[in-house]
Design a protein around this ligand. Sequence first.
Ligand SMILES: Cc1cc2nc3c(=O)[nH]c(=O)nc-3n(C[C@H](O)[C@H](O)[C@H](O)COP(=O)(O)O)c2cc1C
Length: 155
Amino acid sequence: MKDNILVVYFTRTGRSEKVALELNKHYKCMVEKINEKEKRKGISGYIKSAWQGIKKSTCTINKAKYNPQNYNITIIITPLWVGNISSPVRTYLQKYSDKINDYGIIVTHNSSSYKAAEDEIKAMLHKEPIFQVEYKKKDIDNNSINVLDILKFSH
Ligand SMILES: Cc1cc2nc3c(=O)[nH]c(=O)nc-3n(C[C@H](O)[C@H](O)[C@H](O)COP(=O)(O)O)c2cc1C
């Protein structure tokens, strides 16, 4: 049976979205962008996001369009915020963790350690991911990421 994939992402500056769209280009999947009402643009948006990263805060997000329960695999894409996952992704996981079946993790970042972010997702979902991948901002910007590798299992 072909895997049934849901890609869920939050993006502040477009990199995680680029990864989501790349997956959508190569694989049959539904894509859920996490939307929120908070403003994260500019310096004040950066500082708020950094603070929420440090505090591991949640925030208010809009209701999801797709139910992850209906998908065999949910791929969670988050930017790294001060070593942690972004607060909109944390909020999504808090709301929908009990509906997520198998899952994979993709962390986008500038270059620092992303292990705490992966560990937080695993702890929230109470199980191991079927894959975990990280992409650096510079590789996303240079179009040198290869999403085909990570989804070999879906063929
Ligand atoms: C508030 C904030 C904190 C960040 N902290 C880190 C960090 O600790 N380490 C890192 O490598 N990149 C960090 N970054 C960079 C982003 O993780 C990286 O550029 C990411 O790919 C952006 O994804 P996006 O364009 O989808 O928002 C931070 C960015 C923001 C806005």
